[in-house]
Design a protein around this ligand. Structure first.
Ligand code: GLV
Length: 326
């Protein structure tokens, strides 16, 4: 019997590619070519599965010729790059990579918070540029982390990981806002208190955004929300571009309405708003929140296992739209 055909949209670990080749006829992209919508669409025409990443927009347009596609396995926990209702309507299963990246991404959120609060990259740029000629009493004086108030917007698995780090590692008071309140035992594990969004904005010394992107969370933090924050506060976004209004944030940073920001995700990335590039009190990283070697490998393995599980054994591990299975 011939093997099902799959497409891997971007370069991937050679060992994961080899595993997939055992089960599938694979069209890979180890050259990591940037395909246009038409090129991706043509390649999907004869495929049963696609291994996608956040860089691919998978929607009705891309799927126009994909008559045989049964599964879109996304190598990310977030799946706003996929028009899930459009795929569900076509009976195509979507899978993501929850859990395997939770702790690594929470580590990164905390790293970005600390780098921002203590102005680490600003100090490094200064040193590398050869300007450091003597010690000075207020050199790169930042804001404290320990014993301050940590605010978390979006209290899923990663948000809870950040809360635990803040509460138990740094003695922070943790407050959060989320669509739904956590169960009391989960709140106790994170030592976190539920507050309204306005209270969260007003009380946080460090506000970390960890909510999924959707039309409902578009510009969840824009000029009106930034105006509620303390001028000594920092803002960290490890969630998705578009949750923050980057132009409004650049303005707030320029006007010193905020102490600093740590951003791993951007509106229209890999483009970055020029206003953000022009201010010094911001730490910028290229969407690498889950990027430790073991975690990226675990995400790739889970994506591959979803393809193998579903197309070979009829059972996906982490479905996003399980209703298509019924
Ligand atoms: C990365 O951004 C992810 O959603 O896993």
């Amino acid at each position: 019997m011939s093997k099902p055909k799959i497409l891997i949209a971007r370069e991937i670990f050679p060992a994961v590619l080899a595993k997939l080749r055992q089960h599938f006829e694979v069209e890979d992209n180890q050259a990591d070519v940037c395909w246009s919508v038409e090129q991706l669409s043509q390649r999907l025409a004869d495929k049963s599965g696609v291994f996608a990443m956040t860089t691919e927009r998978i929607d009705a347009q891309v799927l126009s010729a994909a008559a045989q596609l049964k599964i879109c396995a996304n190598m990310a926990v977030g799946y706003n790059n996929i028009d899930v209702p459009a795929l569900t309507q076509r009976g195509i299963l979507v899978t993501n990579t929850p859990d395997v990246l939770t702790e690594t991404t929470a580590d990164f959120g905390f790293a970005l918070l600390m780098a921002t609060a203590r102005r680490i990259t600003e100090g490094e740029h200064f040193l590398r540029s050869g300007k450091w000629d003597r010690w000075k009493y207020d050199m790169f004086a930042g804001v404290d982390i320990h014993s301050t108030t940590l605010g978390i917007l979006g209290m899923g698995r990663i948000g809870q990981g950040i809360a635990r780090r803040g509460a138990h590692g740094f003695g922070m008071k943790v407050i959060y806002h989320n669509r739904s309140r956590l169960a009391p035992e989960q709140e106790a594990l994170c030592a976190a208190r539920y507050v309204s969004k306005d209270e969260l904005l007003a009380q946080s010394d460090h506000l970390v955004l960890v909510l999924p992107y959707s039309s409902a969370s578009h510009h969840a933090v824009g000029a009106p929300e930034l105006a509620l924050m303390k001028p000594t506060a920092t803002l960290v976004n490890i969630a998705r571009g578009g949750i923050v209004d980057d132009a409004a944030l650049a303005q707030a940073l320029r006007d010193k309405k905020l102490a600093g920001a740590g951003l791993d995700v951007f509106e229209g990335e890999p483009q970055v708003h020029p206003g953000l590039l022009g201010v010094s009190n911001v730490v910028l990283t290229p969407h690498v929140g889950s990027s430790s070697v073991p975690t990226r490998r675990a995400m790739a393995d889970l994506t591959a296992d979803n393809l193998i599980g579903f197309l070979v054994h009829g059972k996906a591990l982490t479905p996003v739209n399980p209703e298509v299975l019924r």
